[in-house]
Every structure is written in C-alpha cells, then in structure tokens.
Design a protein around this ligand. Structure first.
Ligand SMILES: Cc1cc2nc3c(=O)[nH]c(=O)nc-3n(C[C@H](O)[C@H](O)[C@H](O)COP(=O)(O)OP(=O)(O)OC[C@H]3O[C@@H](n4cnc5c(N)ncnc54)[C@H](O)[C@@H]3O)c2cc1C
Length: 389
C-alpha cells in the first residue's frame, strides 16, 4: 500500500536526487523519490566522464559501471596540433545507466522508497510553504505530503519555479550539447580528447571519451547563442564526416547544460534544489555528476537534520554550506570560462605549440597557462583574462 505522507519527497532519481535520498534516509527519516521515466538512469544524456576522486566519497569504484580508466588528457588545437597531459589522478568513463541504478540501490538500501513512472506536475502549498507534490501515476492524479521537498529534476527543472524561485538561465550561459556513441577505431582507451576552435565548437569544446575498445562518446557543446546560427548537431556531423566517415553510430542524444554559477537562492520555505536544477554544474567543463552528488549529500543531510530536530529553518544553511564546499570554486571556474572560451584559434594554436616544447614531465594544466605567459607576452591579455578574479 503506497503511503501519501512522508518526511521528505524528492523529485527526480538522477545522481543528485538519489544521493540526497540516501543521506536523508540514513538518518532515519521517511523518504520518497518520484521519477518520471520508466527506468532510473535511462535515457542517458551524458558524456559519462568523471574524476575518480570525486566519486570515491560516495561509492566504491566498481568495474561493472566503469567503461574506461583515463590517465591522459589530449588537447587538440584548431590546427590539429595535439598536446597531451598525464592526469595526476585518474578519470573514469562510466556506464551511467548502471551507475545511476547503483546509486538508487544505495538510497533504497538506506530506506528510501523509489517509484518510477511518476510525473510530478505541481506542488502543494500552504501559505507559501511547500507541503507536498501533485503527481500522475499510471494516468491517475495523486498527491503526497512532506515536511520538505527536494527538487532534483535536472536541467529542465520546473519544480523550483513552481515554488517561486528564480531558476531562469540566460541563453548565453546555456551550452547546447549533442553527442553520439560511435565506433572509433584506433582511439586510445586511456585518453580523453578535447578539441577546440571556432569551426569545431565555438565557445565550447568537442570531446571524445572512450567507452571501450573502438567505441567512444563523441560530443560537443556550443554556447546556445552560437548554436542559434549553426546548430550543435551540424558541427558534430561535420566533425564525424571529417574524422570518422565510416563510423557506425549506436545512439544520439542532445541536451542543455547550464554553464553558470549556482542559483543565488536554492531554498524557499519547505523546498531545496539540488544538481542541475540548482545549476550546480562546473561552469568550465559542464560536468555535473559529482557536483550534483555533493549538492545531494549536503541537501539530504541537512533536510534529515531539519526534520529530526524539527527545525524547518535549518534548510537555509544548505546555501552557505554549498557555497563553502563548491560554490566559490564554481564562481572562479565561471570567470575562467569567460576568458577561455573566447580564445581565438590563433591563441589555441600558439598554446599547443609552446606547450609541446616543454619536457614531457613538466606538462601540466597549470603549465599550459604559465608557459603561455612566459613565452609569448602577446598572449598575456588573453591568458590574464582567465585568471582575473
Ligand atoms: C550531452 C551531455 C553530456 C554531459 N557529459 C557530462 C560528463 O561527461 N560528465 C559530467 O559530470 N556531466 C556531464 N553532463 C551533465 C550531467 O549529465 C548532469 O549534470 C547530471 O546528470 C545532473 O544530475 P541531476 O541528478 O541533477 O539531473 P539528471 O541526471 O538530469 O536527473 C534528473 C531526473 O529527474 C527526472 N525528472 C525531471 N522532471 C521530473 C518530474 N517532473 N517528475 C519526476 N521526475 C522528473 C528526470 O527524468 C531525471 O531522471 C552532460 C550533460 C549533457 C547534456
């Protein structure tokens, strides 16, 4: 018999939502997660790259959801010159449909109830305070009440807006992304490739993340403003024709990524926002899996405490805790992004050329920029923009 009253209701069973559910449920509060799709973790709209250290806080790495172990990062300049950097720490390429499912299992093991095929279409409000959700399950309109609702409903989030929070993203901060999973004979299994240039991915980058032998996720993000004249898909098709003309494509996905600082307000009476719904994505890389899980952990832990201690106002501490842990860092990345993605093709070419003159052991990302400064003063202005706080 399905209940209709919980301590905490979470909308969305992505990494942010299930992580919030787990950390709240571990404190003994009753948690319901409502997911609109049939399966947790599917469909996948993601390049599936993640820093290994970032997820170790949440889950023990397991070969069943790891497709590739990455040691190297190659930057390919617009003129085709490649610079390779060895990662000090490993990155991983995930099989997200299994990874997300494993996260959901951890939440469920902690006591959270997860129900799929439930579309949340409204909030219950009492004097401006969120007191529950309205949802549709198997064609039937239902409601459930809760002391707190966490909106983890991803980039297209509507739940925050229903609660009166300002969740709008300006088009210039939205990366329009498209990705194929395709056969890529000869692509190294231990290297993530990043391509830059105005003809490849203006104000963004193109990635090749190996998913296994001879198969990769190839995708790109362009600023949505750029994508208005030539779509992200046109850029990707062009790249595929030029580089992998005989590739067989097994899937194609598209989606937006809010590459911007976190929402100023992620809480309102009775509600907290996490993950993409709160714009917790790293604005420079567009990566949002780990940061969404950090947001989920903070929100779930604080929601659990607030409920157990019967202190509704405790939820507001989530904003400062997030700011301390990730928000400040994202503000810096956002400033770097503004300079970096405006680099001209010539700047990228010069950087790659100078960088390749360094002895291999000295090639680090930090060096990439300092070399540019030391060796070519004309780059100073561009590179300085990257570091201006
Ligand atoms: C093309 C592309 C490539 C990317 N590559 C990477 C990458 O390589 N590495 C990385 O770290 N990040 C990447 N990202 C970003 C990453 O996918 C997201 O940041 C991450 O999935 C955010 O997690 P989340 O839990 O906040 O949201 P999501 O994973 O989007 O989960 C939200 C969930 O809420 C559900 N939902 C939505 N509305 C409702 C509703 N009304 N009722 C019930 N359920 C609802 C959805 O079905 C979904 O399951 C990429 C994004 C794109 C588009």
């Amino acid at each position: 018999m399905q209940k209709n009253d919980y301590d905490l209701i979470i909308v969305g069973a992505g990494p942010a939502g299930t992580t919030a559910a787990r950390f709240a449920a571990e404190q003994g509060v009753s948690v319901l997660v409502l997911e609109k799709d049939r399966d947790v973790g599917y469909p996948v709209r993601c390049g599936e790259a993640i820093r290994r250290r970032g997820i170790e806080e949440f889950i023990e790495p397991d070969d069943k959801w790891i497709c590739a172990y990455i040691d190297k990062f190659s930057m390919i300049a617009p003129n085709g010159v490649k610079s390779t950097i060895e990662y000090i720490e490993k990155a991983l390429i995930l099989e997200r449909r299994i990874f997300d499912y494993e996260l959901a299992k951890l939440a469920s093991k902690a006591g959270a109830e997860i129900i799929t095929r439930c579309y949340v279409n409204g909030l219950l409000l009492d004097n401006g305070k969120v007191t529950g959700v309205k949802y549709v399950q198997a064609g039937e309109e239902k409601t459930a009440t809760a002391k707190i609702v966490i909106a983890a409903d991803g980039v297209e989030s509507r739940v925050g807006r229903w609660a009166g929070l300002e969740t709008h993203t300006h088009i210039k901060n939205m990366e329009s992304c498209v990705q194929v999973t395709a056969s890529t004979p000869g692509i190294e299994l231990d290297t993530c490739r990043f391509y830059f240039g105005k003809d490849i991915a203006p104000e963004g980058y193109l990635w090749i993340f190996p998913k296994g032998k001879d198969i990769s996720n190839i995708g790109l993000g362009v600023s949505a403003t750029m994508g208005k004249t030539t779509s992200a898909l046109t850029y990707l098709n062009r790249f595929m024709e030029n580089n992998f003309p005989n590739s067989s494509i097994t899937s194609i996905v598209s989606g937006g990524v809010p590459c911007v600082t976190t929402l100023k307000k992620m809480t309102a009476p009775g509600i907290m926002l996490v993950g993409d719904a709160a714009h917790q994505v790293n604005p420079l890389s567009g990566g949002g899996i780990t940061s969404g899980m950090v947001g989920g952990k903070l929100a779930g832990t604080i929601a659990g405490k607030s409920i157990k201690q019967n202190k509704p106002d405790l939820i507001y501490s989530y904003e400062s805790e997030w700011h301390e842990r990730m928000g400040k860092r994202h503000e810096t990345y956002d400033r770097i992004k503004d300079g970096f993605y405006k680099f001209s093709d010539e700047t990228f070419n010069n950087l790659a050329e100078m960088y390749n003159k360094l002895p291999y052991e000295k090639r680090t990302i930090g060096r990439l920029f300092t070399t540019a400064l030391i060796n070519k003063p004309s780059l100073l202005l561009d590179v300085a923009k990257v570091f201006i706080m």
